[in-house]
Write a protein that binds this ligand. Sequence first.
Ligand code: NAD
Ligand code: UD1
Length: 348
Amino acid sequence: MQNTAESRAVLLTGGAGYIGSHIAVELAASGRPAVIVDNLCNSSEEALRGIAEITGVEPVFYRTDARDKDAMREIVKKHNITEAIHLAGLKSVAESVSNPLEYYKVNLGTTLTLLEVLSECGGTGKVIFSSSATVYGVPDHIPVDEDAFAGTCFNPYGRTKYFNEQIIADVVAASEGRLSAVLLRYFNPIGAHPSGLIGEVPTGVPNNLMPYITQVAAGKREKLYVYGNDYETRDGTGVRDYIHVVDLARGHVKALEWLERHGEGKVEIFNLGTGRGSSVLEIVHTFERVNNIKIPYEFAPRRPGDIAEYYADPSKAERELGWRAELSLEDMCRDAWNAEKTLQSRAK
Ligand code: NAD
Ligand code: UD1
């Protein structure tokens, strides 16, 4: 196969979504066009327009369910795909509790189809999978490194992440060196591309902190409910490792380069986080300071399933991938608000 731009195309499932659209931009910057597969069940073509405006190139896009094996086989053949970044899936923790079957069907089904199609193609295949720090459950130590015990997830969403990790490892092990994979455990991605042309666009009431804050700032919600102020943390509110989504996206490009260097038959896990924890109140106050907007808030009971504090030990990614998060909490808060405003005005 020639090393043309087209032969280096990377399959990006879920590429119209929040994280996927940022990965498409970073792939383009690294000279690899993305072939996006997304059924738009939690995103829209607006993200594709944003990617095109930022990169100057229309992304290749298929509106397809990533479980559709015939369609996926055709796309992989047509674009000579050997590398895939796999994000397609459902991500609401609450919904996964009320509708676990759908979560298992979609989140496992998309992975099984991708692995089947790449295995059938006969050549080598490299997969990067979007996992989550949620697989650590209540971590047995903090900062959480990749050796911390994983698998005690509290909800079906978390279990789909853990099961997918296991499935990928089993299939790679049986592939006689033809497949290899990197499992990326994301901490808390927030923020947006500085252009504001792509970002997080939740449908309905946001479950996560930053999109809730930006909707309060935009006047769409009256106030933020801070879930718990009696945790054993420095100010009583929950502490997480927030990472700028652009840093996170760059981590995928580095992981792809790592797979190209180390390849065949390997499965490696990397945390993508900053190594710094921030409390809910620190996020609120940073957002207020950077954007000069007041965020009214009220303390509310703890959210079931939440834990007090965790943040990553990202040193393995720095050592092996040559990647580290560069952007600050201020950047995250500024870019999140900029995207909320920009995307809102474009939607009118
Ligand atoms: P998102 O919902 O914005 O993106 C997921 C995309 O997948 C959406 O565009 C959706 O339309 C698409 N999709 C869903 N089911 C599909 C299917 N069957 N076929 C094709 N496309 C399908 O979510 P995100 O925040 O960008 O998350 C991307 C991935 O990262 C997910 O796998 C998520 O579980 C994982 N993750 C996210 C976070 C986070 O905080 N956002 C943290 C850890 C892991
Ligand atoms: C949540 C999910 C996790 C998932 C991650 C990314 C739960 C229990 N965990 O993690 O599985 O991988 O999102 O999608 O749902 N907070 C408020 N008010 C709000 C929203 C959040 O105070 O309106 C607090 C939370 O209590 C927490 C912090 O903000 O302390 C971050 O919350 P969130 O953004 O939902 O992320 P996680 O809880 O880390």
